[in-house]
Ligand binder design. Structure first.
Ligand code: ADP
Ligand code: F6P
Length: 448
């Protein structure tokens, strides 16, 4: 098999390369552990317009992986990342066409940056490479590489949902975007629904391409080990002591409107209203690090959440009880694993999510003898694999409230039985199996 070349907008920062954090980086760790690999993408740095002419690819080697990154100008960062990727494609793919802020100029910058990626990557490529492109930032990159004469197998994986064509066609230039997908030999999505939507789009646009399902997972063994080891960490013990015997409800999400955070808080507020017996007797810890904080919609979301948390704590709190503990900074993964294990309930209620790895991490982190309960949205890509969680409609505050009450009073035998039904799939569909399946399929294309 040829060398694996991974391309994504985000590449782990140098300090994270030994122990990467974040869904995409963690998921790719196994895929990058064998043979020589190249990972190409944005450096995370911005430069001024007059530095653009001098810009070059930075190369850095860590074990068998070569990291090759380029800087973006402020204008490229704005048009390509903030606007077209995160204020147009992201809302649309998460079924929120109303939040889309379309501007033709941003589309041009998006296409230009994809061409820039292709031009900068080209000299680094070898003839027998397998090229694997990731996510919505880079939909047209395959075609841009083909236009430069690249004949290697190229695969594309979309980490986020893909909506029905009736919605996607709201994107000006959407048909062209679909036509460009013909450049890919393998196209992967997270769920059957997403693949069906994309394939319907292909047939309506007359595009000869086919999307397949490659569900993503975590590395359950190492996560479970981390969670168990977390029991001995001072920070995890401090959290435990601060609870003073109260059950812990945990939420862990990037601060993103797709995660349903305002709706979740409304659900928790309804729970406190409808079940007064839990007031003063439960703690909800929401960890929601700020993400894409310069995009307007994300700024508004944070304002709304700050207010909602203040309102709930003001109305229901007491001098010795804070109903919601709310952090907007990230927590290191080893602590997060320990926090999950301590939590009696995880609230994972996105309005729409490609997969949602937090749901799988929570299951992996549990003590099999005394597991917690997962409350999961029907609209997480993980839901079809996790039907033994308490599934809820995140738009229905009463349903969230009822599920929380049910989770908190659930007998241990039922918690164990539900966990035993959730666990096998989390161990079967892993980050490793996902990457192996995708790369194996791409490698066969080459032989054909
Ligand atoms: P998304 O890719 O949309 O952010 P996922 O749930 O699929 O959502 O993946 C998020 C990843 O980032 C998970 O591995 C999760 O543990 C990690 N993560 C999310 N929130 C935090 C946080 N507050 N601190 C540290 N890691 C986080
Ligand atoms: O999973 C979707 C995704 O957009 C990844 O591509 C990305 O790395 C992650 O979420 C975090 O988003 P961002 O790179 O915009 O911080």
């Amino acid at each position: 098999m040829g060398r694996l070349v991974v391309v994504s907008n985000r590449v782990p920062a140098p300090r994270d390369r030994q122990q990467p954090a974040g869904g995409l980086a963690v998921a790719l760790r196994d895929a990058l552990s064998e043979g020589q690999c190249l990972w190409f993408g944005w450096s995370g740095q911005q430069i001024s317009e007059h530095e653009k002419a001098e810009r070059d690819v930075s190369i850095d080697h860590v074990e068998n992986v070569t990291y090759a990154t380029i800087d973006l100008t402020h204008a490229e960062f704005d048009g390509f990342y903030q606007k077209y990727s995160n204020a147009i494609l992201w809302p649309l793919c998460h079924y929120r066409a109303g939040l889309m802020e379309y501007n033709r100029k941003d589309r041009e910058v998006y296409l230009d940056v994809n061409e820039l990626f292709a031009r900068k990557l080209l000299p680094l490529l070898k003839p027998d490479d397998l090229i694997w492109i990731h996510d919505y930032h880079l939909f047209p990159l395959g075609q841009a590489l083909r236009d430069l004469g690249v004949t290697s197998p190229i695969g594309f994986f979309l980490h986020i949902p893909f909506p029905p064509w009736s919605l996607m066609k709201a994107l000006p230039g959407g048909t062209k975007l679909m036509q460009n997908m013909q450049a890919y030999d393998v196209i992967g999505l997270q769920t059957e629904d997403d693949a069906r939507n994309m394939n319907d789009g292909f047939s309506i646009c007359g595009v000869k391409a086919r999307a397949q399902v490659f569900p993503i997972g975590i590395d359950p063994e190492s996560f479970a080990e981390q969670a168990k080891a977390g029991e001995d960490l001072a920070e995890v013990q401090r959290l435990g002591e601060s609870l003073a015997g109260k059950p812990l409800i945990i939420g862990v999400d990037r601060l993103d409107y797709s995660k349903g955070l305002p709706e979740r808080l409304k659900g928790y507020e309804t729970f406190l209203q409808r079940y007064p017996e839990h007031r003063g007797k439960v703690v909800y810890l929401q960890i929601a690090p700020v993400s894409r904080g310069d995009v307007e919609e994300y700024r508004l979301l944070k304002q709304g959440l700050d207010e909602a948390v203040g309102r709930i704590n003001g109305s229901y709190g007491d001098f010795d009880w804070t109903p919601v503990r709310y952090l907007t900074h990230p927590v290191p993964r080893h602590l997060l694993a320990g926090f999950y294990r301590l939590a009696n309930v995880a609230l994972v209620t996105p309005l729409r999510d490609g997969m949602n790895l937090v749901a799988k991490e929570y299951v992996a982190a549990q003590d099999p003898e005394d597991p917690g309960v997962l409350v999961l949205s029907h609209f997480a890509g993980a839901a079809p694999e996790m039907e033994d969680a308490l599934l809820v409609n995140p738009h229905d505050a009463d349903e969230i409230a009822e599920a929380l009450h049910k989770a908190l009073i659930m007998p241990q035998a039922e918690r164990k039985a539900r966990w035993a039904l959730l666990q096998p799939d989390v161990w079967r569909v892993t980050a490793g199996s996902w990457a192996r399946d995708f790369i194996g399929t791409l490698a066969k294309v080459k032989r054909a």
